[in-house]
Design a protein around this ligand. Sequence first.
Ligand code: SF4
Ligand code: MG
Length: 323
Amino acid sequence: AEPLLRATDIRQHFPVRRGFFKPNAYVKAVNGVSFDLMEGETFGLVGESGCGKSTLGRTLLRLIEPTDGACFYRNENIFEKTQAEFGKYRRELQMVFQDPYSSLNPKMRVGSILEEAMTIHGIGTRKERTDRVIDLLETVGLSSEHYFRFPHEFSGGQRQRINLARALSLTPKVVVCDETVSALDVSIQAQVLNLMKRIRKEFDLSYLFISHDLGVVKYISDRIGVMYLGNLVEVATSKELFEAPKHPYTQALISALPKTNPKIDKQRIKLSGEVPSPLNPPSGCCFHTRCPHATDICRKVVPTSRTISGTHKAACHLYEDNV
Ligand code: SF4
Ligand code: MG
């Protein structure tokens, strides 16, 4: 199958001025990331805070203009579109952010918040928009009763439901979810994640689900990509990643999860040192300064992405292409 969205060699380098006479330095927030998002799937993007996953999500939707790379949506490179041409894509490519408290205008009633995006995009008559908003409120587990309420009258979980409804109002095909449940209590997280699973089916969506929380990503994702220091170091199906992680960084992340099966003797892998600065990333493999398996070649040569299986790739010198 053709991917719905294909990211190739995406880079996002932010210039940092170092003074009048010195050339700019660059924070390499995203440093050459490629992956496919298939129709109807949830692709989880996981990594520690600062690894570039949010920046990648925003770059794909051109909320920040890319430094380099291409993003094909239905085989069109949306990075090459003018802002005017990009308008029609914006409707199909939506984003839901983490903070349910700041993303809703506190002075607007929920009904107006939900109608606003449709009005901007010229969708439907006023009556049709109102009907649609009431449908959407029900879809996300709220009701027409909530139409005239203000955001502060809702709990965090309900506000995230409203955010989802707002994204859905434009009938998107792809929704980039950035830490969508991270600010919520664990019990509420499960409810919102289940709602998101149902919505994905009902509306034929694909999710790029960004989170630092490996447990949450595991729960919702079909496939998972692991990011470290602006690089995608491993991509696999959810099952492959958790049963047989290949990249030493992924292995360390998984070893830090609470044990689900006490019979499996899983030693926690402790990583030494700190994540290096994206202003001055290490030579060779970006993970070599912390990797328990690093050898000479790791310090010198950037590892290419190795094919472990048809659905599993890892960028690490420990592996040979298995083709
Ligand atoms: Fe570790 Fe080398 Fe693999 Fe990088 S390439 S993850 S340093 S073994
Ligand atoms: Mg983030």
